[in-house]
Design a protein around this ligand. Structure first.
Ligand SMILES: Cc1cc2nc3c(=O)[nH]c(=O)nc-3n(C[C@H](O)[C@H](O)[C@H](O)COP(=O)(O)OP(=O)(O)OC[C@H]3O[C@@H](n4cnc5c(N)ncnc54)[C@H](O)[C@@H]3O)c2cc1C
Length: 654
């Protein structure tokens, strides 16, 4: 029996026991320290992205791209065929209408072993490569994006991936066969007071005999209502024999003391089974700690290194879908004597969607192949494709709506009721919007990637920019940095990209490879100037850093497009692929150039001052003329520890 039909109107924060738990007093410095401690500082393998941000275009690291194992790919192909057949029977409109994935669809996915795509065969899974897994998500998301969100939250951030990377053999044997067989998992980090900043985490795991007692409330856990196994991030207090810190646990969702208090509803992804989950005095055995105490955030971040690839897989799917609709509709719809595709303003949008889908898929496939090959470190590339994919897919869907005119804004159901084709462009736009927020919001991805992009500068500057360093230490660091830059800067002045015959192996695309080489050096020079100008304050220049990262994303995307076109040379779509790669690179180059211009010509400082004045109320007069906002309700609900007082809304599909 499922429980989703029960009333759900009770507020989350209603357990009237004890005092509210105040968020831990975390200042900005502590928050940064927590993030920095979780960062993987070491680089054991080569990284194309890291080199790019150092001004070195190392195409040899990505070209030729790794070749997938033929036998494994053939097995995956058979699975993808079965999945395609199944997905074509799913009624995506029903999921949207009922805001629920039907039980029979969940059962069908389980029978296909779709919940075990990323689980090794020896634990009962399919052991798909990242490439085939992402293809499966692209495919299944085209039936309804809530399905790919379900499968990806389960496998990319849920229990399978952290166990694969950090779990003991005993844990793998205990949990993975259950998950491969169709049990669902979820990942619970976010809390009412913890979004982007994990230092405020207040769910506590108190050591007790044989394990821990878990107390806290977790917000927005995708799959939370369905899941039977959870990855929960909680603070272990430091004590005798316990190093403490944020720790990752596997928790049985049906354990006493776990209550699924709400199923949340959103702007899009209406089929998402997303929960508020309360833990009250929940016993978790010690053997369920993943890794060890204090490793929780590192586990979360490392899991996301490849976990982040699934989200752009859905963005690629959205791009393909937008293109398919734009192609047919814009040829058919005639206004002002011409199919709308022939009006230049619309033509530009179609060209943008086609080129961007090509470029984005090139980026994603390359990242997947590199991840499967395990030859390179792909943490920067995966972060770039998540950032770029989520932003670009949103733009593509928005442009599609414009191309569709009023029909773009109309729901599929309404279109069908009038006898027109049920194209759900507005739903696709709504479903895509969250990708710019979760698994690292665009702003946080900018900071995350920028941290790596400026790492060389930060480590060489060291004490110069450390506000706590003594003058003597600063002077010594200054001399060291001077020597470093004296050697390094000249290497950024000249490069292969200035040689008109360079990169000839890319044929007509060589000009783009040369641009990427020149632009990557320019990017580092600009970063160096910024470092010299702002020193330690550079980390606060988020406008500047965001543009540096966005330029890096365009350069990586261009590289991937050139590599793809070269790899496909001689194939059936080779000439068409070259055209698209060329178009994509030309568009990307214009975006990169605009970003370069804006590095130094912008209103960043003014905007920061203005925002402060907005918040201080100086411009409140501009808000006059509308009704006041509601006053009731907190902006962020407080939660109180204690047993739940609301009905449990968990759902079990079999
Ligand atoms: C549909 C949905 C599904 C989700 N699924 C899960 C899940 O399965 N598991 C889970 O643990 N969580 C999940 N989340 C939570 C999600 O990961 C968070 O929403 C996300 O991390 C952002 O946190 P926040 O919403 O609290 O925003 P906040 O952190 O409050 O940020 C608000 C704004 O400020 C910006 N910002 C914050 N800090 C900085 C900074 N230092 N510099 C610049 N800008 C900054 C943010 O980018 C954002 O624009 C989900 C959320 C939603 C809506």
């Amino acid at each position: 029996m499922t429980t989703t039909d029960r009333p759900q109107a009770t507020p989350v924060q209603s357990a009237p026991v004890d005092e509210p738990v105040a968020p831990p007093g975390v200042d900005e410095r502590q928050a940064r320290q927590v993030a920095e401690a979780a960062r993987e500082a070491d680089w054991h393998k080569p990284s194309f992205g890291k080199e790019l941000f150092l001004g070195r275009l190392r195409l040899d690291l990505i070209d030729p791209p790794p070749v997938p194992d033929a036998q494994r790919a053939a097995r995956a192909g058979e699975f993808l065929d079965r999945l395609r057949e199944f997905a074509s029977t799913v009624d995506g409109a029903r999921i949207e209408r009922d805001a629920r994935i039907p039980d029979e669809v969940l059962r069908g996915l389980a029978e296909l072993k779709a919940f075990g795509m990323k689980v090794d065969e020896k634990y009962g899974g399919l052991g798909l490569s990242n490439l085939d897994y992402c293809r499966a998500l692209t495919l299944v998301g085209s039936a309804n994006p809530s399905l790919s969100a379900l499968l990806s939250a389960h496998q990319s951030i849920g229990v399978p991936q952290p166990l694969k990377l950090f779990g003991s053999e005993e844990q793998k044997q205990r949990f993975l066969p259950r998950l491969a067989g169709g049990e669902v998992s979820a990942f619970l980090l976010t809390e009412p007071d913890v979004g982007s900043d994990p230092a405020r985490l207040s769910t506590v795991a108190t050591p007790v005999d044989g394990g821990y007692r878990l107390d806290g409330v977790k917000l927005w856990a995708t799959n939370g209502t369905l899941a039977t196994l959870l990855v929960v991030m909680a603070q272990v207090p430091r004590s005798e024999g316990h190093r403490g810190g944020i720790t990752a646990f596997v928790v049985e969702a049906d354990a006493p003391g776990v209550t699924i208090e709400r199923r949340n509803a959103f702007m899009g992804l209406r089929g998402l089974e997303n929960s508020v989950t309360r833990f009250h005095d929940v016993f978790v055995p010690a053997e369920n700690v993943i890794g060890r105490e204090g490793m929780g955030l590192k586990i979360a971040l490392t899991t996301l290194n490849t976990g982040r690839l699934s989200l752009p897989a859905m963005c690629v799917g959205a791009g393909k879908w937008c293109l398919a609709v734009a192609r047919r509709w814009a040829a058919e719809r005639v206004q002002w004597g011409l199919p709308v595709a022939r009006h230049e303003a619309v033509a530009k949008k179609i060209a943008f969607i086609a080129a961007t889908t090509y470029g984005l898929e090139a980026m994603l496939d390359l990242c997947c192949l590199l991840a499967d090959d395990e030859r390179n470190d792909i943490r920067i590339e995966a972060a770039l494709v998540k950032l770029y994919g989520s932003e670009m897919a949103w733009l593509m869907a928005d442009e599609l709506i414009q191309i569709r005119g009023g029909r773009g804004y109309e729901t599929a159901e309404s279109l069908a009721a009038r006898g027109e084709r049920a194209i759900n462009a507005e739903q696709v736009l709504r479903d895509l919007r969250i990708n710019r927020i979760f698994e690292g919001s665009t702003e946080i991805m900018h900071l995350f990637i920028a941290r790596e992009a400026v790492d060389a500068h930060l480590s060489v500057a060291g004490d110069i920019i450390d506000p706590e360093a003594t003058l003597g230490r600063k002077a010594r660091a200054g001399a060291k940095a001077g020597a470093f830059y004296a050697r390094w800067l000249p290497t950024l002045a000249v490069g292969k990209g200035q040689n008109p015959g360079a990169f000839g192996e890319y044929g007509p695309l060589a000009t783009h490879a040369r641009y990427v080489e020149r632009a990557s050096r320019k990017l580092v020079r600009e970063t160096f100037y910024a470092m010299a100008r702002w020193q330690g304050k550079l980390e606060r220049k988020q406008g500047f850093l965001g543009r540096v990262v966005d330029i890096g994303a365009e350069l990586f995307a261009m590289s991937a497009a050139c590599v793809r076109a070269r790899a496909e040379a001689g194939g059936p779509d080779s000439a068409a692929g070259q055209e698209l790669a060329d178009l994509f690179c030309r568009q990307a180059r214009l975006r990169a150039e605009a970003l370069f211009d804006a590095l130094w010509d912008n209103t960043d400082a003014l905007d920061v001052r203005a925002a402060r004045r907005v918040v201080d109320g100086r411009y409140a007069f501009v808000e006059e003329g509308i009704l006041p906002l509601p006053e009731e309700g907190a902006w962020v609900a407080e939660w109180r520890p204690g047993p739940s007082t609301v009905e449990d809304v968990r759902r079990r599909y079999r």
